[in-house]
Design a protein around this ligand. Sequence first.
Ligand SMILES: [Zn+2]
Length: 91
Amino acid sequence: MKTGKSKKLDTEIADKRKKEEEEISELAEIGFRMVAVWNTCNDSICCPVCAPLNQRKEDDVGSRTWTLPTGKVGAPPVHDGCRCWLAYEIA
Ligand SMILES: [Zn+2]
């Protein structure tokens, strides 16, 4: 069950991601193609689903999706407590 604090954190993360998406679309509008790169914390408690995806670029530029080791297609967060985030590079 989620505590009030973790709910607040979820909201903050969602807000941050939304702001990032807005910045990316602004850059796209002025002609930059941005490719998303999956980042994991890359530590000993990183899960086996996310670990192989560290530094992996999205499947297709603009798709914001990755083929996971499980065969599913997704984007972070892919599970409860997923700490992965996206970084962007100019394609
Ligand atoms: Zn993750």
